[in-house]
Structure formats: structure tokens, C-alpha cells
Write a protein that binds this ligand. Sequence first.
Ligand code: ADP
Length: 490
Amino acid sequence: MADKKLLVIDEGTTSTRVMLFAPDGRRVASEQRGLTQHYPGPGLVEHDAEEIWTLSLECARAMVAKAGGADRVAAIGITNQRETIIFWSRRTGKALAPAIVWQDRRTGDLCRSLQEAGREAMIQAKTGLLLDPYFSASKIAWALEHWPQLKQAGADLLVGTVESWLVYRLTGGLHISDATNASRTMLMNITSGRWDQELLDLWDVPAAMLPEIVDCAGEYGSTDPDLFGSPIAITGMAGDQQAASIGQACLNPGDTKSTYGTGAFILTNTGEKLQHSKHRLLSTIARQIEGKRHYALEGSVFVAGSLIKWLRDDLGLLRDAAESEQLARTVEDNGGVYLVPALSGLGAPHWRPDARAAISGLSFASNRAHIARAALEAMAHQTHDLMSAFAADGARWERLKIDGGMVANDWLSQDLADMLDLQVERPHFIETTALGAAMLAGVGCGLFGSLDEASAMRGEVEGFDPKIDAKLRETRLSGWRDAVRAVLRD
Ligand code: ADP
């Protein structure tokens, strides 16, 4: 077993990646395909579920071949974009409608009306989530009402998040969802770990179309023998942010990771105790193993790396993302320039979808380096706001483990340490999402006795220590607070 590989399917929002890991954590090979984004109207974001399946299968077949055949693969782990919802036929296994993606805002009115009807407190108490179109339930309710083929399908209709869909197709009919993904649907009671009848009634979702909720590690089933030559066991599953948390070895209460990709997602492990936020953070399931749930508080920032992409592609201010670092280093400070990146509203802890971005403090002395620097500084500023919300909820950070495409930027990593006044830890291998799924699959197939043991896969890390003095930090934070206040006032 120890010389076999773990195969991970990382089904992201913009691409499908399949990787092979050695049990010591080395990534041996990887195959990637871009996923078509469909924008059928303002605020609408869809994927083609059949494309998700076809690309995953293509990449997985390439990786099985690379491993030397299905017999050389110890197990499969799956991690995925969360909240996105897929509808398919029990009989044919084919998708019956487009996948509605987590970014889709079509259910804004529906969520607002339930908010006005005073339902958010009950929902938050049961699910840990806030009434926002981000989560799956309103998307399912909308689809059942507006897409006649779903109503016509009757008992043939199945629904699930992306990992559920992949498992159904890989196994030829196993309908399951892991507890972390289920916790993002807004239909699961995260205390009991089961679908909740009151929530199913609220959203008018029949229980019969939902998957069975299972652990994040275990022998769920095997792939259809026709797919890869012989069956491969599927033994690990978690939503992307929870997988990243595991990949960062955030296994104990207080452990915190922040992923800076398109958006930024911060999770603090709160242990076996579900903790409700009083500061507009989300409570979520961090993992469930042998029926035991561990919880996390989560802060979601909608705009992180997408800000750098916007500066590059839409403003033409940067040649490439890495130039942001060179530019930031050419100026001594931000020159009084602040950038509040509310390009698609503000997420946690503000939750103001109507807020719009602003660049403030400009003068003739400002140049593009100041703007690039203000953009990078915004990451530490946003993280600082969340650190305060987490602390107010009783989850104090002792250090921060960072990952995601943006943290290739050394200046940004140091600025996080400086502004948070914390040690920041960056693993050499920053694909922590896939790594977490590999660890879960390794535990599920018995390669490791526990996640603690599996966490040796994480490998070496690099530390960034705070270097600036408190006065400088306070000056920056007060400038940021003024800039946010101006944006929230509009
Ligand atoms: P996702 O997984 O959400 O697609 P990634 O983790 O791959 O995103 O991160 C990509 C993002 O990181 C892009 O939005 C890009 O603009 C940003 N990025 C990449 N390299 C750098 C860099 N050196 N400095 C700042 N931002 C960067």
C-alpha cells in the first residue's frame, strides 16, 4: 500500500485538477482543464454538470495511467467548490439542468423576503449560516420552481453538491454527500448532522432527492470497473476550504488558515463544540470522522486575488500579478492611498452586497505603485477586520497559516505578519486543498491511522515574523477604517 499513490480530484470553480500524491506528501503528477463559465444574465453563473464530469474523468484517466494503472492507486479523494448545486436523473445518471454556481445571485429577492419574514435567526441557529444567495438551499428552491423538467422528473430527480455528483458518476449510482459539503446547503442541522425537516419545509425540498450524509473519510464505495480498468476505492471527501484547513493541519481548536485565491477564506477550528457567531461569521463543519464532528468559524472575503486580476486586465495597471510585489517595494509606504475592494460588495464581517469599491487618498504625488501597494495592503486590512470579529467571538488567533495563489507574493505574506502582529506560516507546497483531500483519502483507506499521522504530508513551512512597530500599524488601520466607513456610508 505504501508505494501506491493517492489520486485527488480537485473540482474548482474555474478548473478541474487531478493530482497524484505519494504518501509522503510529494505531488507526483497533475492534470488540469479549464471549466467553461456560463453567465446567462446579470448575477447569473452556471456550469455544465456534464462538462464537470467529462473533464474530471479525462484528467483522472490521465493520472491513473501515470500511476501505472488502477492497481497502483491506493484510493481517491475528492474536494470541490462548495454550495454549487447539480440536478440529475436517478435512472440515467445524466444532468437535468445547469449547475447553479455558488457565485450566482438570482435568489437575492427570495433570501431578502425570508429575512424580512424574520427567518434568519432560526436558520442561523440550525445551520450556522446567514440568509444569503451564496448557499445551496435557495438555489434548489428556485430551480424546482422555475425549471419544469425538474418538476416533471418526479421521483427520478436527484440533487447534490459537486462531490455528490462526481461520486454518483464514478460509482454508477451511490448518492452520498460528505458532512462539510452538506453543511453549506442550508438544509442540514449542523448539530445533529442530519437533513432538517423544518428547513426542508421552509425551502420546499423533498428529502427523497437528497444524498445520504457521510463522514469525510471512509470506504464509501468503488469506481465503476469500466472507468479505469479495475475499481478504485473512494475514501475521502471535503469541501475546498475545509480540505485546505486539513491540508494546513488545522486539526485542533484555535488553529487557523487563510486561503488567498480569487477570494479569501479564513477558517478557525473551534473543536467539537459548535460555536455560534455574534459577529456575522459563519459556523460550519470542519470535518466529520467516525461520526464525530469538528466545527469551525469561517470568514469569507469575496475579493482577494480577483482584485489583482482586475488591476491587470481591466485597468491595465499591472503586466502580471507578480508585478504587484515589485511595484509595492518601489515606494516607502502607501502615500495615504487606500483601496477598499468591494467590487462585488463586502463579505464578512460586513455582509453588504450593495457596497462598492473605492480608491481614496489620491494626490498628484500618487502613482501606480501606490495603488498596487494599496491593493496588496487591502488583504492584510481585510484579514485584520476578520481577526477582530473572530476574537470578539472568542476565537483568538495565535498564528496564521496561509496559502492560495496570492501568497506566492513575499511582500504580501510579510505585510500580513506585520499588520496582524502574528507569526504567519506558509507551507512550501501551497496546494493545500488537494493535499487535505489526499490526507482524508489516506485515512479513509487505512494508509494512515489518523489525520494527525497524515498531517506529516504537509512538509516544510516558512515563517514570517512581525517587524513593524505598533504606531505604524495603528496609522494604517485608522486610514483603512476611514476608507471602509466612507464606502459603507454611500
Ligand atoms: P483560485 O484557486 O481561486 O482560482 P488561486 O489560488 O490559483 O485562485 O490564486 C490565483 C489568484 O492569485 C489570482 O486572482 C491572481 O491574481 C493572484 N495572484 C497570483 N500570483 C500573485 C502574486 N504574485 N501577487 C498577488 N496576487 C497574485
